[in-house]
Design a protein around this ligand. Structure first.
Ligand SMILES: Cc1cc2nc3c(=O)[nH]c(=O)nc-3n(C[C@H](O)[C@H](O)[C@H](O)COP(=O)(O)OP(=O)(O)OC[C@H]3O[C@@H](n4cnc5c(N)ncnc54)[C@H](O)[C@@H]3O)c2cc1C
Length: 294
């Protein structure tokens, strides 16, 4: 296994670099090296933080030499997206655009084309930022994380994957290998709302919605939010409230009110709680009005 000591003058601290060629090797290394190590995918978080000095891993374990961790595959149940698949591959996949539009919508808003060409979906998920755009899309599509580690493999629905800002259920040595998404109903509609200070900025608040209507009433709906809580989150109480309802103006307004109470934004700060609750209401009114007209 290559083990090169790199002294990079642009990065403040020295680190040992590893490029394992199997998952088992990578897991073993990450477990042995513990908190001093960082897995590296596209590096648009890790390298930026190292340059800023906010993260100083002593060991970098590059995952990119491990085969089989990248690409989008259609399966009998839905699709499987490898953890190292870039955001740009998701954005430009005809399969995703046609059959999983919410994933296309949440990928195309992330950063710039340059960032999307490097950034991976696994990095976006494992970084566990409350504003992670693809996390919001994948949560509303009921994505499931596939994990491999020293003790074998396991699956965790994304709704249970995030523990807090920068924290996930991944144990030492565990690697996200892919995310699966179940088939979406052919008549489902999806929307992605996002507010940011400038178009390239991280989301101040976002909402991914996937819904189906039957005989004029809401048959099923999934609402996933970014930057309204310590983790990306679903508002299941709001989803339950909507099921079986006709989307009258009254129902839409009641849902907006309920959603504004269901999200858990920080009360203080620049984009504070009252602001986010107002935007959340607007997002719901826009989303449900579009759904009613579709
Ligand atoms: C200019 C700029 C703009 C950005 N704009 C946005 C934006 O609009 N929306 C948004 O959501 N993000 C944005 N980001 C953040 C970033 O680009 C994304 O979070 C990106 O998807 C991270 O992926 P990566 O492959 O670069 O991750 P990396 O930096 O390689 O890794 C991120 C974290 O995940 C861990 N990790 C990576 N892959 C795995 C794996 N398979 N298993 C276990 N752990 C893993 C790493 O150890 C690290 O802790 C932006 C970043 C920059 C620099």
């Amino acid at each position: 296994m290559p083990n090169i000591n790199i002294h990079n003058t642009h990065i403040i601290s020295d680190f040992e670099y590893y490029a394992p060629e199997t998952l088992q090797e990578a897991s073993k290394l990450l477990k042995e090296l513990g908190k001093d190590a960082a897995a590296l995918a596209g590096g648009t978080e890790v390298i930026v933080k190292m340059k800023e000095g906010s993260r100083r891993p002593k060991h970098i374990v590059n995952l990119k030499k491990i085969p089989g961790l990248s690409g989008i595959k259609e399966t009998s149940d839905g699709i499987e997206i490898g953890a190292l698949t870039t955001i740009r591959e998701i954005e430009t996949s005809p399969l995703i655009k046609e059959k999983y539009p919410i994933l296309y919508q949440s990928a195309k808003v992330l950063g710039s084309v340059q960032i999307r060409n490097r950034a991976t979906v696994g990095g976006n998920i494992c970084n566990a930022s409350p504003c992670a755009d693809t996390a919001v899309g994948l949560l509303s599509a009921e994505g499931v994380a596939h994990i491999s580690g020293p003790d074998g493999e396991r699956k965790v629905p994304l709704v249970d994957f995030f523990l807090g800002p920068g924290r996930t259920v991944l144990a030492p040595g565990e690697i996200l290998t892919s995310i699966t998404v179940p088939k979406m109903a052919p008549n489902s509609k999806s929307t992605f709302n996002r507010v940011a200070r400038a178009s390239m900025d991280l989301a101040t608040i976002s909402l991914g919605a996937v819904a189906t209507m039957k005989n004029g009433v809401v048959d099923d709906v999934k609402l996933a939010w970014g930057t309204v809580a310590p983790t990306p989150m679903r508002t299941k109480d709001v989803e339950e409230f909507l099921k079986g309802k006709k989307l009258t103006d009254e129902v839409i307004n009641e849902t907006a009110e309920l959603a504004s109470k269901s999200i858990k934004p920080r009360e203080k700060g620049r984009s504070n709680g009252p602001y986010k609750r107002r935007v959340a209401k607007g997002f719901i009114v826009e989303t449900l009005s579009k759904l009613r007209e579709s």
